[in-house]
Design a protein around this ligand. Structure first.
Ligand code: SF4
Length: 348
């Protein structure tokens, strides 16, 4: 089986170079090309001998994603539709800000979680991505746009904690090989209590974002079928364990749906349920999703009233930026963002 270059550690690339009859430092040079310079072809790796490049072209796979299409908005937000050798497609989103820039990555092609409001859910799960395929989304964006990437958000297609081992390995690769600290990585999840506790024990200081979207079990179950397996109480216990273990503040994502979960009573109940958690609530006013016509965005007055109720209860509240900022968004609410008026077909 051919080895993926992205997804291998420097140590593994050194071993690979040695297998090809080259000295160890050639493996370190190779890692520099793959991760440091985001080289997308062997022709670019000019410091490597031609014989090694030919052997790598024969025995390895690189890159894992190829750009199919690109769309950019006037604020610099850029979406790249990428395709793997098996035809799988993901959409990588680049978001530049004044002092940082983020890439939103997917951990699966499609998703099995079946959230009622989500575009990705409609196609079900095709397959999970390996760690290299998660990391290569960042490298593709960096190479395609020539841009520095300081932050990564796991908010594209799929549930990161349902692809736990590859998600964790990809975070370690981003930290150790690409140089993006886990402190600059956000993992967004529907909330799987056991996996949250396990992640807390990994020693990775990532930011955790948990999608709540409802203040009670019945409504949450309706919106997110996965909630049927874990009560809100058990999820919130895991979140409290997370903050206790990691000593890190977390985020609760709350997608605001007109007439469904946006009343003042529901805001008060949400505040009561999360009382004592080291967390802020990120409000995400719903964006229209094709095929999910029964959900609507609340009016501005309702959004402000909901936020006020939370703030009155002492909860720190943020609201997602309209531009489609995945740092403060939830998965399933990015796919249909418009870029220069065009709907994009795939991705987070
Ligand atoms: S919202 Fe996220 S977890 Fe839910 S179905 Fe969509 S991609 Fe999956």
């Amino acid at each position: 089986m051919r080895v993926n270059l992205v997804g291998s550690t420097t140590e593994e690339l050194v071993a690979l170079a040695c297998e090809c009859g080259q000295p160890a430092y050639r493996g370190r040079q190779l890692a520099g090309w793959v991760y440091g310079k985001s080289a997308r072809s062997f022709d670019e790796m000019t410091s490597l001998p031609a014989a090694l490049r030919a052997a790598l072209a024969e025995g390895t796979v690189h890159p894992l994603w190829n750009e199919v299409r690109r769309s950019a908005s006037t604020d610099g937000t850029t979406k790249i539709l990428a395709e793997a050798a098996d035809g799988a497609r993901v959409e990588c989103v680049f978001l530049p800000y004044s002092e940082r820039s983020s890439v939103c990555v997917s951990t699966q092609v499609g998703c099995a979680m079946d959230c009622a409001f989500c575009a990705t859910a409609m196609g079900g799960l095709s397959r999970s991505l390996c760690a290299g395929e998660i990391v290569d989304q960042v490298l593709l964006v960096r190479a395609a746009l020539g841009a520095a990437v300081t932050h990564v958000v796991y908010m594209g297609m799929g549930e990161p904690l349902a692809n736990y081992a590859q998600t964790v390995r990809s975070i370690r690769l981003l930290a150790e090989e690409v140089g993006i600290s886990p402190r600059r990585i956000t993992v967004s999840t529907v909330g799987i209590p056991d996996a949250i506790r396990r992640l807390a024990g990994e020693g990775l200081p990532v930011t955790l974002a948990v999608s709540l979207h409802a203040p009670d079990d019945a409504l949450r179950h309706e919106l997110m079928p996965v909630a049927g397996a874990h009560s809100l109480d058990s999820l919130l216990r895991a979140c409290r364990d997370w903050t206790q273990t990691t000593r890190r503040r977390m985020t609760f994502e709350y997608l605001l749906l007109d007439g469904i979960n946006d009343s003042a009573d529901q805001a008060r109940e949400l505040a009561r349920r999360i009382h004592g958690c080291l967390a802020n609530v990120n409000i995400i006013p719903y964006n229209h999703v094709e095929g999910r016509g029964h959900f609507h965005r609340p009016r501005r007055a309702a959004i402000e009233a909901f936020k006020r109720e939370l703030e009155r209860a002492g909860i720190a509240v943020t609201e997602r930026l309209r531009r489609g900022n995945p740092v403060s968004a939830a998965c399933g609410q990015l796919r249909n963002e418009s870029v220069e008026g065009r709907k994009l077909e795939d991705g987070c």
